[in-house]
Structures are given as structure tokens and as C-alpha cells.
Design a protein around this ligand. Sequence first.
Ligand code: GTP
Ligand code: MG
Length: 199
Amino acid sequence: MKFNKIELEQVAGFKSQWPKECIEEIAFVGRSNVGKSSFINAFLGRKNLAKTSSKPGKTRTINFYNIDNKFRLVDLPGYGYAKVSKKEKEKWDKLINEYLHDRENLKEVFLLVDIRHEPTDLDRQMYDWIIESGFTGFIIATKYDKISKNQLQKHIKAIMNKLDVVDEGLIFAYSSENKHNLGVIHEQIEVIINNKDFI
Ligand code: GTP
Ligand code: MG
């Protein structure tokens, strides 16, 4: 999939700032620091378009990336970051939940988990919601460069067990460092975007 014009169309701290629901959106959710913004940069082939940080809690708004006025990728704040105030946490959770529940042009939601760690109860809650809402249940297991290849199956099984994933094919072992499986995810997203459900 080739892109011509990519822009950060909107940075939204409030629902009133969301762009019009005129094109489909694909959202990326997951714990703080799992690599959502890094994935979006890699996917779009731009190093620093989405701001990333080694410290959790970097993305604090909903950021809408417009690709050729054809579709948007949506970078959400992370959940489960312990070191923020209760008030701040509630604000982020409201942002995330409001977006996921109310957005009518939301075509697909990808859950990102860190391949090294068993998913958390919050990941499980999110994944259950994704499935109950009728989305496919794709999972991007990030930071694959941090484990050895012979550990892959063990980690994939842990993710499948914790999240009750029905099909191993839904999980992409991925790395923003070496771009492992980026091409496969590109193909999958192209299929999603070209599926003409949306009127
Ligand atoms: P929040 O915005 O805080 O929710 O985090 P995020 O999910 O957007 O994570 P971000 O992309 O900012 O990445 C967090 C840290 O993990 C950064 O230091 C990244 O460089 C690093 N990182 C992200 N993906 C990978 C990966 O695949 N491999 C490795 N080794 N590091 C990664
Ligand atoms: Mg981020």
C-alpha cells in the first residue's frame, strides 16, 4: 500500500474536536508504553510523526492521522499506567472509552500487547470488549526483537490463553525496531480498508 499524503489531521482532547466521520478509521489500543505510537510511525514510514517516549503516558490525546483522505489511523492514550493521578487516569479512560463506544466510522480495532509479558486483566477486558463489539480481534504483539525466536510459541500461547484468542492467525508478532511482520500487517490493513462495508 503506497501513501501520498499523510497528515496529523487532529489532536483531540475532547469529543467536540473529533474530525467528521466521513472516512473509516482504524484504532490502536493497548497499555501505556506498549508501542502504539511507534507502530503508527513504522506503518506510515515516518520516524517521528507520532511522538513516542521510553516513559509511559506519552500520548494523552486522541491523534487522528489522515491517509490520502481515504482512511484514518487513530492513536489513543494507553491504559494501565500506575504512575498518574486518579483524576488523570479517569480522564484518559473517558477519552478512550468514549471514542471506542461512540465512533460510528470505526472499522477495526487492533489490540497491542507486549510480547514479553502475559497480558493484564485490563488487556483481557479490552479484548473481550473488542470481540463483543463485533471487531475481528487482531492483536499486534510488539517488541518481538526483545525475545528469542525459540521463545515465540511460548509467548504466543500465553497471549492466547490469557485473552482467549480463538485463532492464532489473529496474532502478529511484531517489532518496530526491525519491522518484523510490518509487511503482513500492511496487507491486512489494506484488506480492511478495501472492504467496502462503509456507505
Ligand atoms: P503511550 O503513548 O504512553 O501509551 O505509549 P505507546 O504505546 O504509544 O508507546 P511508544 O510507541 O511511545 O513506545 C514506548 C517505548 O517502547 C519507546 O521507548 C519505544 O522506542 C519502545 N518500543 C516501541 N515498540 C518497540 C519495539 O517493537 N521494540 C522495541 N525494542 N522497543 C519498542
Ligand atoms: Mg503513544
